[in-house]
Design a protein around this ligand. Structure first.
Ligand code: KG4
Ligand code: ZN
Length: 335
């Protein structure tokens, strides 16, 4: 039996989870949404300070809910890249200190790698698969062969999908985070009102782009009154969904009908889930999406990924440092 603690602190959520042989026992997340809402986005300085304040309480509660003591932990995993360095350092150093004090193995985890495995907290593991990670910082499509074996097939060349949602929402005066706010407003709108062209990226058909769509939406916004906001939200959301489907369609054509997993905060989006569900049916494939609590940043996906590496006896040194950026896997075309 492996009891693993996972710590996620790359942005504004501090989340800790305990897993027993991959099965979630408890996940505790200290959200900072209310702290950042007045600024319409994450303020890095506030995020790392709040993480520090929440560290001990979050661990105590996670242990208590799991019915475990710290000495019963068999291994510890924490996100070390990519993200806000100040935020990453808080969770990472806490995890390393704990591993040292308890004399337990430690593994540093790539945040996107953890998202790519998040569906397997609730579904049996399958390899190989296509993994679409759509969040505030990423819109990346991978082919996953195994633990540590990732090939980047395509990505946004500018804004991430979640970032585009957040920026439009901010300009519309909607609450932060913007994705759920746009989705909520879009329910009252007509997605056919405003036309958004599908992105075309010259360098590769598997890449996408959201900055043109965001600029077009901001231009429409400047020309309409509030009565058209719901139509604009619905049309924009529809454009983002179509762009992501275009990427996945390309991957099915190129890679065959592998199972598709959808992960990251934007994976909570209902119309995106429905559109991808329709697409996988067209290709006789299968869609695996985590529950919303495992789509957004969470410690459970970090613990799960850490557990896989600990099983393989692939640990990280306690000298591992936080890094703001680090690519994951080999890019399509490089091999
Ligand atoms: O994965 P995540 O929690 O953090 C990052 O790693 O970025 O993703 C957060 C992003 C935000 O941009 C948020 O607006 C977006 O996910 N998001 C959504 C929805 N829920 C969260 N976007 C569209 N529709 C949603 N329902
Ligand atoms: Zn994330």
């Amino acid at each position: 039996m492996w009891t693993v603690l996972g710590i996620e602190s790359s942005c504004d959520d501090l989340s800790m989870a305990l897993l027993e042989d991959g099965r979630p026992l408890a996940t505790v997340t200290a959200s900072q949404v209310e702290d950042h809402r007045p600024y319409g986005g994450v303020v890095p300085e506030i995020a790392s300070r709040k993480h520090l304040e929440h560290l001990e309480g979050t661990l105590d509660l996670a242990l208590q809910r799991a019915g475990k003591t710290a000495s019963q932990l068999d291994g510890i995993a924490a996100t070390f890249t990519p993200g806000l360095v100040g935020s990453l350092l808080v969770g990472l150093n806490f995890a390393k200190g704990l591993a040292y004090a308890l004399d337990r193995p430690f593994r540093g985890i790539h945040h996107i790698e953890a998202h790519l495995f998040s569906p397997f907290l609730e579904h049996p593991l399958v390899f190989p698969y296509l993994g679409l990670v759509v969040s505030g910082g990423h819109s990346h499509l991978y082919r996953v062969e195994g633990v540590g074996k990732y090939r980047l097939l395509g990505q946004t060349v500018d804004d991430a999908a979640g970032e585009a949602f957040d920026k439009l929402a901010k300009a519309m005066g909607l609450s932060y985070p913007g994705g759920p706010a746009i989705e909520g407003l879009a329910k009252e709108g007509d997605p056919q009102t405003f036309a958004f062209a599908l992105p075309k990226v010259k360098s590769s058909p598997c890449h996408t782009s959201f900055s043109g769509m965001k600029t077009a939406a901001l231009n429409h916004l400047a020309q309409v009154d509030e009565s058209h906001f719901a139509d604009l939200a619905a049309s924009f959301q529809n454009g983002v969904v179509r762009a992501l489907c275009q990427m996945v369609r390309w991957a099915f054509e190129e890679q065959g009908n592998l199972p598709l997993i959808l992960a990251g905060g934007v994976a909570c989006n209902g119309p995106l889930r429905t559109a991808l569900q329709n697409l996988v049916q067209e290709y006789a494939s299968q869609l695996l999406v985590p529950s919303p609590r495992y789509c957004t940043d969470n410690g459970a996906m970090v613990a799960w990924t850490g557990w896989q590496y600990l099983l393989l006896e692939q640990t990280s040194p306690l000298s591992l440092n936080a890094q703001a950026r680090m690519p994951l896997g080999i890019s399509y075309g490089e091999i």
